[in-house]
Design a protein around this ligand. Structure first.
Ligand code: HEM
Length: 415
């Protein structure tokens, strides 16, 4: 038994102790109950190999969306009456083939390694500009909103073709908040009435914002991803108006919500680990492996999930068709059978990749972009502001399980 964790422990994503520090719980489950049945009605897998095998196994897919959500609320809950859940049901990460394949293929080209590499100079100049604004005190002292969100959001705006002169700081903040208020629908739990109401209202705001943009691109086409997707509506791929709106909102949100917290978690970890910080300042070429280690050690997306499409077995435990499995990639990332000294934050390159970007047909389509943003950020941080200070004492975590990161993190950028 791991100290302080009872032998009859049952996983609950809202347990305040788990939210504060999930890693002792993950350790307990990996060692004692690797295919765990939560009292909430779903399975939880924590070992690296079990996570990987579920993610790549096509017999684990998305299944019946309405039933999956009703598991949290009860059978009378009218899932599709809620715009935020109706949206979620259409996002391609929630689809099985062939719809998943068709929608993913439409977007994959825009995020190819070649396209991403070509974006590097622009990404670097954005990072420099925003870091220097933050250093001058123009963005307040909370690094999460003053830089960590802004940077990947502006990269996504660039990709979608929203130009800098076309939005105000207020609009960006509204869009960030709308995604943060909507994305709790991904969590594996029932939302409170207030959370659900907020998610529904913010979904209406996002839909109307992007619908206006599509209308504009229909009249005035540009050389951007939005125009390409609007055009795909009429082509052989036949993207419906709803699919267009859903995909763009999903891509926009997925493009910054997890990346923002990769950056926030990363600067926090450097602040909390002076030896690793000194190594990175000494050798900025470690920026790439620092990004990888942040993704492994404190993954900003802790888990994803699948539904068994047929009767299956995971590590000798039978799983019935229709049952849900939470794949805890953040627990897999600390599996000692795969990573040496897994509980230590060490920015040296490691042989094994973390499972942070998932696996199989839903493997993160933005992984190359997120990795590049992380690498550019750490390089620019330590080469321009080597005396940066992080107030780890006053840092406040968000109250969310799936998307792990800080809501408040004071940073001073000093050259
Ligand atoms: C640190 C940053 C990121 C993390 C940790 C992350 C993590 C993940 C994971 C684990 C999945 C698989 C979900 C599943 O299997 O159910 C995923 C899928 C996805 N990600 Fe990311 N992601 C990140 C950044 C991005 C970025 C920058 C973009 C877009 C530019 C993006 C867009 C997507 C999309 C569209 C999917 C769905 C893919 C599919 O279903 O085929 N992500 N991401």
């Amino acid at each position: 038994m791991t100290i302080g964790i009872p032998a009859n422990y049952s996983f609950d994503p809202m347990d305040p102790a788990l939210l504060r520090d999930p890693y002792p719980y993950f350790e307990y489950l990996r060692s004692n109950d690797p295919v765990h049945r939560s009292h909430l009605g779903f399975w939880v897998v924590t070992r690296y190999e079990d996570n990987r095998s579920v993610l790549i196994n096509k017999a684990f897919g998305q299944g019946d969306f309405v039933k999956n959500i009703q598991l949290f609320y009860g059978p009378d809950f009218d899932v599709m009456a809620h715009p935020a859940y109706a949206w979620l049901s259409r996002v391609f990460v929630m689809q099985d083939p062939p719809d998943h394949t068709r929608l993913r293929n439409l977007i994959a080209g825009a995020l190819s390694l070649k396209r991403i590499r070509a974006m590097e100079p622009r990404i670097r100049s954005l990072a420099r500009e925003l870091l220097s604004k933050f250093a001058r005190g123009e963005q307040g002292d909370n690094f999460i909103h003053g830089f960590a969100y802004l940077f990947p959001t502006m990269v996504m705006c660039d990709m979608l073709g929203v130009e800098q002169g076309e939005f105000s700081d207020e609009l960006l903040l509204d869009l960030n908040n709308a995604i943060a208020d909507t994305f709790p629908v991904f969590e594996t739990r029932a939302l409170s009435a207030t959370e659900l109401d907020q998610a529904d209202r913010q979904m209406a705001f996002l839909t109307s914002f992007f619908d206006d943009m599509f209308e504009d691109r229909r009249k005035r086409p540009r050389d951007d991803l939005t125009t390409a997707l609007v055009n795909a509506q009429d082509g052989a791929d036949s993207l419906t108006a709803e699919e267009l709106s859903t995909s763009v909102i999903g891509l926009f949100g997925a493009g910054f919500e997890t990346t923002a917290h990769m950056i926030g978690n990363g600067i926090y970890l450097l602040g909390a680990n002076p030896i690793e910080r000194a190594r990175l300042i000494e050798n900025p070429a470690l920026a790439e492996s620092t990004t990888e280690e942040v993704l492994r050690f404190e993954s900003s997306l802790q888990a994803t999930y699948r539904t068994a499409l047929t009767d299956e077995v995971i590590a000798d435990v039978p799983i019935s068709a229709g049952e849900r499995v939470l794949t805890l990639v953040a627990a897999a990332n600390r599996d000692a059978t795969v990573f040496s000294n897994p509980e230590t934050f060490d920015i040296s390159p490691r042989e094994q990749k973390p499972l942070t970007f998932g696996g199989g047909i839903h493997y993160c389509i933005g992984a190359a972009l997120a990795r590049l943003e992380g690498t550019v950020f750490f390089e620019e941080l330590v080469s321009q502001y080597p005396k940066f200070q992080v107030n780890t004492e006053s840092a406040q975590l968000r109250r969310a399980f799936l998307f792990r990161g800080y809501q408040h993190l004071e940073v001073a950028l000093l050259p």
